[in-house]
Design a protein around this ligand. Structure first.
Ligand code: PLP
Length: 420
């Protein structure tokens, strides 16, 4: 029998998780009769009451379109929408006019590929990617490469799943125009040295397109300090609602970028024959945006800033160290990726003799939500030589007791599937 930690906060974590859990109504529910332990935060995070209230408040009090009406409701909605842009931008050290609201990371990365790179890249130009990219920072580049005759090259990984920077240097040439790289792998948890990558990219005149879907929610991120050209992230992974996210882009790039969608809200002047574009960021937000979602995204940014991203990162570091030790006790368990000192709050693993889906199913039966599969990173799983992994991913409301419940579920899976 696995011993359950009686005082989780004292063993791991720097945050008051008991208080924080109280802010998240969903964490009070049970699953299959057991208190929910939510460890699928890399897929989507849970939503605090303040964010849910912001959504309801918009529809109850000032539901109106933005940037169009002059009545009170429209003005209030516009003011709240633009205030949310300022809050989200401030969280990453950007100014509001450098931040475009999108549907999420995927749309933001496609906007870079099709709005910026399609104009700027020529046949034979090279795009560096990494084997640990989520499909959303890989497939748009593959498509563009086919269309524009570009060459995709992959920066190799070290044995323990970090980027091999020495090998990257060997790939950097005057043909390198883009380095498309994740800031934190959603499978290995690897945190990449973005500032260093951006410094080396600048030396050859390449731009860095960073996937911040896993880093912005969990680490202090400052686009100026990192020196990246583009950064994409999603609200639903950082306590906000689904269907909204953001693209940060350096102002000079935004000015030159072409919109993906054309229509209302993104124009300066339209005649029957022609149209000119509005200034960024409006140029990239054609049609009625997810107004309530964006406003709630701003509230999620406030909530995170209230707790402090340094504290969130420190909490997850402690939790990952604890989970690392506990998981390694489980017979037949293999963890993929670097040690706790080089990763964020994500641990992917396999359990010998038990398929990852069975691991997740048994865990669900124990009330523990984890993910299983390729996590939209098929090339990485091919590299690891496994078709699927199980993944536990942590956030600010998780504590050592949650890790213990996971470990207990893994023993339950072993008992069911592995013959003694
Ligand atoms: N990039 C990474 C690293 C992710 O983990 C995810 C989501 O799982 C995405 C991109 C795609 O995000 P979204 O589905 O919100 O567009």
């Amino acid at each position: 029998m696995v011993e359950i930690n009686k005082n989780p906060g004292a063993i791991a974590g720097v945050l008051d998780t008991a208080r924080i859990k109280g802010d998240f109504p969903i964490l009070q529910r049970t699953v299959h009769g057991k208190p929910l332990v939510y460890l699928d935060n890399a897929a989507t995070s849970q939503t605090p009451t303040a964010v849910i209230r912001a959504l309801v408040d918009y529809y109850e009090r000032y539901n109106a379109n933005v940037h169009r009406g002059i009545h009170t409701l429209a003005e209030e909605a516009t003011a709240a929408y633009e205030a949310a842009r300022a809050k989200v931008a401030a969280l990453i050290g950007a100014s509001p006019d450098e931040l475009v609201f999108t549907r999420g990371t995927t749309e933001a990365l496609n906007l870079v590929a099709y709005g910026w790179a399609r104009q700027h890249l020529r046949p034979g130009d090279e795009v560096l990617v990494t084997p640990m990219e989520h499909h959303s920072n890989l497939v748009p580049w593959q498509r563009l490469a086919r269309e524009r005759g570009l060459r995709l090259r992959a920066i190799p990984l070290t044995e323990d799943g970090r980027l091999d920077l020495a090998a990257m240097d060997g790939l950097l040439t005057e043909r390198t125009r883009v380095i498309a790289v994740t800031h934190m792998s959603n499978v290995l948890g690897t945190v990449t040295p973005l500032a260093e990558i951006a410094r080396r990219a600048r030396e050859v005149g390449a731009v860095v397109v960073a996937d911040g879907a896993q880093s912005v929610p969990h680490l202090p991120v400052n686009v100026r300090a990192l020196g990246v050209d583009f950064l994409a992230f999603s609200a639903h992974k950082m306590l906000g609602p689904t269907g909204v996210g953001a693209l940060y882009a350096r102002r000079e790039w935004l000015e030159e970028m072409e919109p993906l969608l054309a229509g209302g809200g993104m124009i300066r002047r339209v005649t029957l024959e022609d149209a000119t574009w509005a200034d960024p960021p409006a140029r990239f937000e054609a049609g009625t945006p997810d107004i309530a979602g964006a406003i709630a995204f701003g509230v999620a940014a406030d909530y995170l800033r209230g707790i402090g991203l340094e504290a969130v990162a420190a909490h997850e570091r402690e939790l990952v160290r604890y989970a690392w030790e506990r998981l390694r006790e489980v017979p037949g368990l293999t963890i993929y990726g670097p040690g706790p000192e080089h990763r964020g709050g994500v641990i992917s693993f396999t359990l010998e003799g038990v398929h990852a889906h069975d691991v997740a199913q048994v865990a669900d039966g124990e009330g523990v939500a984890i993910r299983a599969g390729h996590h939209c990173a098929q090339p990485l799983h091919a590299h690891l030589g496994v078709p699927a992994t199980a993944r536990a991913s942590f956030y600010l409301y998780n504590d050592a007791g949650d890790v213990d419940r996971l470990v207990q579920a893994l023993y339950a899976a072993r008992k069911l599937f592995v013959r003694p």
